[in-house]
Design a protein around this ligand. Sequence first.
Ligand SMILES: *Cc1c(COP(=O)(O)O)cnc(C)c1O
Length: 404
Amino acid sequence: MSVLDTTTSDIITAEEEHLAHNYHPLPVIISRAEGSWVTDVEGKRYLDLLSAYSALNFGHLHPAIVAVAQEQLTRLTLTSRAYHNDQLGVFASALAELCGKDLVLPMNTGAEAVETAIKVARAWAYRVKGVPAGAAEIVVAGGNFHGRTTTIVGFSDDSEARGDFGPFTPGFVTVPFGDADALAAAITDHTAAVLIEPIQGEAGVIVPPAGYLAAVREICTRRGVLFIADEIQSGLGRTGYTFACEREGVVPDMYVLGKALGGGILPVSAVAADAAVLGVIRPGEHGSTFGGNPLAAAVGHRVVEMLATGEFQQRAKALGEHLEARLNDLVGHGVTAVRVAGLWAGVDIDPAQGTAREVAERLLGRGVLVKDTHGQTIRIAPPLVVRATELDWAIEQLKLVLTA
Ligand SMILES: *Cc1c(COP(=O)(O)O)cnc(C)c1O
């Protein structure tokens, strides 16, 4: 018997007795998956409309990504950065080209990449901009989600995320998301950077007003402040573009990437910026044991190759328009509002229908996986390989649970 062989009752008992309760998962135990579909331990199939919060943009077990991972698994998996490995440099160069930037710094999780961006912005402020030691400020947006470290939750305004986890790192200023005037007013001579999500994912797929990103770019350039775009969830094809910033033709000073960069196989994150910014980091100042490991680099490199064709971005754009039309039909029928950007949607559920969690549970019963966020919103982020007919079927299930 293999360590992979388990029984349902073993799994439930083990989780109840030994797994910390930092999540409240929907009641489904997944054991297999392929493309846009997952299968539970009893053999029931579900259409995955969450894609691990966009970490599975290419679907489960994409053959091209699995192939490179399997090949690399037989060659070399980890060296640490104490030595060079033969995969990291070529991955960095491909990713830099995709981003249109000079340099990348690889990490593992999204939160680590955000922490990297914060450290780089502060070092840049002291060494390049000339901000007095210890005085650097970073402007962030209300409703943000940038990860779970103590520094990051310290500038979240979500009481669940911050809770009893202080004291927090100083040096962050919060302004309302989507309000360029408030952002401009918050910038001082000590401001190192503005850190925002171009579209706020966890907040419920909140799309800022048209012109906001362009205004942020203009303000940052004029005031000599770095524009850092956390594209961990919005980037890498999700919105119909490689980066959601492209929706407004905007190029930030630094991209923060993660989630889909790991091809749904392992955590791969990075920041990308020009040498004038990322070049401030010197040997010994920042790093990670696993960051840039050859397995992650090989997988990330394949992901970059797949994005370089533009095929996934085009699919997200075309299917996104399809999804938007279908979802708009639901407004007034159990749905109060819909926000769509590419193949990414926030659907606000009419409280008369119950909570978003209850709707997600009813959808689960009909073979559709979605995730609730902030009480009344369900988030839809299918793998970019999903078919239009599958989306139609899923919307049909949503209609049925809403009129029920
Ligand atoms: C998921 C997410 C993160 C954190 O990524 P982890 O890999 O979970 O640490 C940061 N920023 C955004 C916008 C995210 O969606």
